[in-house]
Design a protein around this ligand. Structure first.
Ligand code: GCB
Length: 586
């Protein structure tokens, strides 16, 4: 087995406890109603009976109880489910009672799709562990800890912002807290298929290069990878560490937005078997172009937050995903930038089925404390968790590692350059980007530079000319000075705010918040796009108006960022039609 291959595998899995890849697993859902105790004063931590069973004697002091406590839906954010928690940032304790009958020679894991932001997890009064990070999955092995019959699972969730959190203290979206994604029990064989990577080798249209990892006492086993539709039965064997390299070729019909082909892929060991739906495609940058399956592609993108505008809640289900993604399709997109954190798995899978490429990012956003000693480790863990979950999804073409971090911040460059290198060793097959707004716009000359661009496959620029910055000449005469002029340029954000229905008012001032003002920004931006060298795509900010505590303009915003092309009720603003027309022409 090649040393390079072992290195890639190790980078991705190192430091992780067993983390069962949940695709096609036998899952027992713990979704549904959970009892909750809201804990604004943080007393649950020292009143330890919160995590213990009921008092035994009548005289036992007993001030708090999950029995009879209010209920919240899991998955779901707590802010949208109880009006007194609308803007809450603090602790909420959740409890679920459940029954299991553990079988002999099987292992059980407790899986959380995501909890925002810190989760402390207790099973039958015993602490299983903690997890930090609001948008990636985690799990604990509960074999031998879970009892036959009744069990009590308690999760303390704390969505308070932390100075050294990721994201940090300041961000422009609602801090939805809670158990926001699925909770399940996974049952596996004693030695089980823990994880696998089955994707095309970088630059190839037909060679698969990947690996399989078994976990458990019986490490060395015969393995088969089957793709029935292509009559593939690839045989290999795991080594004494449970690892097998996978390398074969096949005449794949490639995944693309026009033809989002997925194959049923089964991996069989002697003790276990899993089935996944996998697409095969090749994404690369050559010179100043982005190539999908070796053909140049213009990235017609839109930014999306993980919020269902109709429910005014954190999105999590396949239905929520379809609402957001169908709207992106209708706009004419072939790519969705899932801002600014990894979105739920349903979104990735639905996008993959409907032929939308996905840009996935970790929430290294603006105010990160790079000089805090804990931050580098947190960044790396989040990156690993994102890649681990979605590395087999063909739709994901970009790992984006940061957004608008400040170039003058101490340790920022070292931390992010290091992270980029780690990311390339974990997965070299996708594009890796940083988004910055290290720029100046003077006398109609746009100057773009940032050390991070050297390490980024695309030059990704967020700019809000016409909104935060006034035009300084004719958009069609904008001049560009770009460091690293040979790379493709992607406008990852642009736009301005308008309240839907606010029409036919003076259009020449931003303060009018009119649809016409926003429409004009889009017209000007499109003229300017014509001046950008190596433009490979554009991505308006944003698809729907969305909730944000920082947006409290009392007449027009009222707690919403109004840069949506669609209102929070899904109504099309005038700018929507401009963007739709542009994408049709591209
Ligand atoms: C940005 C940020 C995005 C904001 C947006 C805005 O540059 O990347 O998260 O929400 O601007 O609306 O100002």
């Amino acid at each position: 087995m090649g040393t390079l291959f072992i290195f890639l595998w190790c980078e991705l899995l190192s430091g992780q406890t067993a983390m069962v890849n949940v695709q096609s697993r036998n899952l027992t859902s713990l979704n549904g109603k959970w009892n909750v105790l809201v804990d604004p004063g943080d007393i649950g931590g020292w009143k330890k009976f919160w995590i213990e069973p009921k008092p035994q004697k009548k005289t036992d002091f007993f001030e708090y109880s999950f029995d009879g406590a209010p209920e919240l839906n899991v998955p779901g954010d707590f802010n949208s489910q109880m009006c007194e928690l609308s803007f809450y940032e603090g602790s909420v304790w959740y409890r679920k009672l459940f029954n299991v009958s553990p079988k002999k020679d099987t292992r059980l894991f407790l899986y959380f799709g995501a909890v925002n932001y810190i989760a402390d997890v207790y099973l039958n009064g015993e602490k299983l562990g903690s997890h930090e990070g609001g948008f990636t999955p985690f799990q604990f092995e509960i074999t031998g800890k879970v009892k036959e019959g009744n069990n009590s699972l308690i999760v303390k969730v704390d969505n308070r912002r932390l100075e050294n959190g990721i994201p940090g203290r300041g961000y422009d979206w609602l801090n939805y807290g809670g158990i926001t994604r699925d909770v399940s029990i996974i049952e596996t064989a004693d030695t089980y298929i823990d994880d696998y990577s089955i994707q095309l080798k970088k630059g190839s249209l037909n060679n698969v290069l990947g690996w399989i990892q078994l976990e458990g006492g019986h490490a060395e086993q015969n393995i088969k990878v089957k793709i029935p539709e292509l009559h593939i039965v690839y045989k290999t064997r795991t080594n004494d560490k449970g690892i097998a390299k996978v390398e074969f070729s096949a005449p794949f019909k490639l995944w693309s937005p026009d033809s989002p082909k997925l194959y049923k892929v089964t991996i069989e060991s002697e003790t276990d078997s899993v089935t996944d739906s996998i697409g095969f495609r090749c994404i690369e940058v050559q010179g100043n172009k982005v190539l999908l399956n070796k053909k140049p592609i213009f990235l017609k993108a839109v930014n999306i937050h993980e919020e269902n505008p109709m429910k005014k809640a954190r999105a999590y289900s396949a239905e929520d995903a379809r609402l957001l993604l169908n709207s992106a399709k209708e706009l004419g997109c072939n790519l969705v930038r899932l801002a600014h954190y990894p979105h739920n798995e349903n979104t990735i899978k639905e996008a993959e089925k409907m032929g939308l490429m996905v840009w996935s990012e970790i929430p290294i956003y603006q105010h990160i404390q790079f000089s805090d000693s804990l931050v580098p480790q947190k960044m790396e863990t989040m990156l690993k968790e994102m890649i681990r979950r979605d590395k087999n999804r063909a739709a994901v073409i970009v790992w984006s590692l940061s957004n608008e971090t400040y170039s003058g911040t101490p340790n920022r460059n070292n931390a992010l350059i290091g992270l980029t290198q780690k990311c390339r060793t974990m997965d070299s097959t996708r594009l890796i980007n940083h988004v910055t707004n290290t720029q100046s716009y003077v006398n109609n000359v746009f100057n773009v530079w940032d050390t991070l661009y050297k390490y980024s496959d695309l030059i990704c620029i967020n700019e809000y000319i016409g909104w935060y910055d006034p035009w300084q000449g004719k958009p069609s005469e904008t001049k560009w000075k770009v460091a690293f002029p040979d790379k493709p340029i992607f406008i990852s954000e642009f736009g301005g705010e308008a309240l839907y229905g606010n029409k036919n008012v003076p259009t020449d001032e931003a303060a009018s918040w009119s649809e016409e003002y926003q429409e004009q920004i889009y017209k000007n931006q499109i003229e300017m796009f014509g001046t950008i060298p190596n433009l490979c795509g554009v991505c308006p900010w944003i698809l729907f108006d969305y909730k944000s505590l920082g947006r409290m303009q009392p007449v027009y915003q009222k707690g919403y960022n109004r840069k949506g092309l669609l209102s929070d009720k899904g109504e099309k603003k005038k700018a929507w039609y401009i963007m739709n027309e542009y994408f049709k022409q591209k």
